[in-house]
Ligand binder design. Sequence first.
Ligand SMILES: [Zn+2]
Length: 126
Amino acid sequence: MVTQRVRPAERAALVALAITLALTIAKVAAWASTDSLAVLSQAVDSALDLVALALVFFAVRVAGKPADEQHHYGHRKAENLVAFTQTLLLAVVVGVWRSRRRVASRADRSPSPHLPMRLACSPSPQ
Ligand SMILES: [Zn+2]
């Protein structure tokens, strides 16, 4: 039987993944017992870290493979691809968060006392 050696980068990613999983579970448990919005946001943050760390583990695992017929220069570009994917993930999360905040702030806002004046002064549709 061939045993595959775990490289230090893979081990670090696995340890980080395990610690983050434990933290996420603890934060979800704390949120369930306190119903605190701050704790919930921390739990969601940790859950996103889990996704990012899973991508990191995948990247370092693939990057550690030697060159083969399809990839003559090796697989190290997997790390670049995952870094780019994480950037996209972060951009999506920030976009969703900002959109949600904007929608929520408009829902909470009472009608402006200047609204009739704004409507009166706005150009008429053609
Ligand atoms: Zn390959």
